[in-house]
Design a protein around this ligand. Structure first.
Ligand code: ATP
Ligand code: FE2
Length: 328
């Protein structure tokens, strides 16, 4: 079976082609980068409308797959920015009708989790999904992914992006902030905000800007922000492991590209006798392959829909969609 998946929830338009053995045959991605400031949904959607047809062609070409060989078309139904979601869904509906193939809606967060899980080879790990808009500790139970802990304000990636822009940088902020943090020497005090299995980042944001206002070096701010924020994520993941009696952790989402976060989670998990895994960066950030792979799981579970029932859902939560393809 070969599935084509379309991602367009936020800044990234991407088309992936994946087989039932989770081989990524083709992946074509184009990220909208605003010249200044954050993302305007309408501008990002216009970008996606422009680039998606070419990305479909490029993904098919690299995969060396003809349209007639595609068995189904999957798309990200939510959560995300309405205009961006609709751009991807429209392309997916069109391909499904023209190629006469099933249309499969996929939850973007579940897709981050499923691509990471299949690549890890682990059956039932604890999942730390750390991305732009979301930050959740997740475990599967009774046909659904359950959110055990999450951010109480903004996603860790959006927090890093916002902070980096406020410190004079451009979007996205996570990768340059990681580089800058490597030059950091001094740990500055920042609010450590863990509430049970939840976290919050707005206090660190305010305190970081206050440090900047007092003339702190940007590498020191970056080092302190990474150390504090990722310690918080590692702590809530460890708490979830202890409560749910699991050993291993799989990381997903764009912030899971970060070496410091990977290292901190690895040290914690190995200290408890388990293992941790994170996908290669191209499959941590938004990508069409994760949508295609999760679409394949959903299709096998009978979750395709007619076009008229394929509306996007900008607020669709991880724990509100069924994931019945898992045994547990
Ligand atoms: P969501 O999945 O919640 O809808 P998203 O789709 O916007 O969010 P992803 O593409 O999964 O997010 O991740 C993008 C985020 O990852 C950005 O905020 C970016 O700054 C962050 N990111 C990417 N690389 C790194 C890195 N090396 N270190 C820290 N953050 C990173
Ligand atoms: Fe994402």
């Amino acid at each position: 079976m070969v599935i084509l998946g379309i991602e367009s929830t936020a800044h990234t338009a991407s088309v992936g082609i994946v087989t039932e053995r989770a081989e990524v045959l083709g992946l074509a991605t184009d990220m909208f980068r605003p010249v200044r400031g954050g993302i305007h949904p309408r501008e990002a959607a216009n970008h996606h409308v422009e680039v998606l047809p070419g990305l479909v062609r490029r993904a098919l070409d690299t995969a060396r797959v003809r349209p007639t060989e595609i068995d189904a078309v999957a798309f990200a139904q939510g959560p995300g920015l309405g205009p961006c979601l609709r751009a991807g869904a429209t392309v997916a509906r069109t391909l499904s009708l023209v190629w006469n193939r099933p249309l499969v809606p996929v939850n973007h967060c579940v897709a981050h989790v499923e691509i990471a899980r299949v690549l890890s080879g682990m059956d039932d790990p604890m999942l730390l999904y750390a991305s732009g808009g979301n930050t959740q500790v997740i475990a599967h139970h009774s046909g659904r992914y359950r959110v055990l802990g999450e951010t109480l304000d903004i996603g860790v990636g959006n927090f890093l992006d916002k902070l980096w822009i406020a410190l004079g940088g451009t979007f996205p902020g996570g990768p340059p902030l990681e580089k800058e943090a490597r030059q950091g020497e001094e740990l500055l005090p920042l609010p450590y905000s863990v509430h049970g299995m939840d976290v919050a980042f707005s206090g660190i944001y305010t305190a970081s800007l206050a440090h900047a206002g007092r003339g702190a070096r940007r590498p020191d701010i970056a080092l302190s922000v990474e150390s504090t924020a990722y310690s918080m994520l590692t702590e809530i993941t460890e708490r979830a492991l202890a409560h749910r009696r699991r050993e291993s952790v799989v990381l997903g989402g764009g912030v899971a590209c970060n070496e410091r976060l990977r290292g901190m989670v690895r040290a914690m998990v190995e200290g408890r006798g388990g293992t941790s895994f994170a996908p290669p960066p191209s499959l941590c950030v938004d990508n069409g392959a994760m949508i295609a792979w999760t679409g394949l799981l959903a299709l096998r579970a009978g979750l395709s829909v007619p076009v008229k029932a394929s509306a996007v859902d900008p607020r669709q939560r991880t724990d509100l969609v069924p994931a019945p393809w898992r045994r547990l």
